[in-house]
Design a protein around this ligand. Sequence first.
Ligand SMILES: *Cc1c(COP(=O)(O)O)cnc(C)c1O
Length: 355
Amino acid sequence: MIDIKITPSKDKKKKPDENNLSFGKYYTDNMFIMDYTETIGWHDARIVPYQPISLDPAAMVFHYAQESFEGLKAYRTANNEIQLFRPEKNALRMKSTHNRICIPEIEVDDFVHAVKTLVSVEKDWVPSAEGTSLYIRPFTIATEAHLGVKPSNTYMFIIITSPVGAYYEEGINPVKIYVEEEYVRANPGGTGFIKCGGNYAASLASQVKAHEIGYSQVLWLDGVERKYVEEVGSMNVFFKIDGIVYTAPTCGTVLPGVTRMSCIELMEKWGFTVSEKRISIDDIMNAAENGKLEEVFGTGTAAVISPVGELRYKDKVAKINNFKIGELTQRLYDTLTGIQWGKLPDDMNWITKVD
Ligand SMILES: *Cc1c(COP(=O)(O)O)cnc(C)c1O
């Protein structure tokens, strides 16, 4: 396991108001950094004061987007313990991201150890108000100064943390979703199944367009036929039609979300049938028309569960469950957040405590 040298900041920033955190606005006193060179491998793991980093303008990350990231949270329980939700799943996913874009792997144990150590140092920053948590953002960047296209031979792995409130300021209310038919997010053989910054750059134009017409998120269709539903912005998406729950398979073009996986495990435990076969947007809009589209929700670390109240596809609008949160959606939200904040027993063995 990596050895982490800890030289924390002597200055402590003033903590923001816990009831007004919003998402990704404040950063804690310290950060984790580790370097990579071909000769030494990953080395010099350290926790240092939060500070700007200095890079050569020719650093490859700026030009060819060789970058990976992850997102997870630390939660404070009612008896003041700090805990993480399935951090090893984020570590495994980062490994798969690194493999796809030729960044050297970080061992699962090292990733989890780095996250736990940083959160432990920043313990006082884990907020306690209802629905708040410490968001953890690990990421890796290519740092070699080189303008030829090839994998970099040096990298930095960094973790920063940010106290956050609920992702949606309106609370857990249904959102309106715009089905994108012009742009696509991912194609078979591409990078849709990994967490890399480039995927998000490619999604912005569509997000801007959706916002302009009053929709908060975009539902992506498959890149080949623009027919099958894939995911929503930074969330996986589920449809409950006539009692059966559908979500896109995660083969190649869909991000394998930790929240998605956890919801599937819970629903199967509760006796629901979850289908991971492809489902078309036409079938969904038809189900809505016939009164069979019972619930739609997105899943992701940032928002946890996000009910969908309206879908717009071309000139058709489907209203879902009278714009109210559905029963299954609510049950998943209560169960996941219950486990994450330690209000429910960790029956699934998903929790890692931070000392
Ligand atoms: C991160 C992400 C998700 C959600 O993954 P979680 O592990 O549940 O947070 C879904 N879709 C995309 C495109 C993402 O980047």
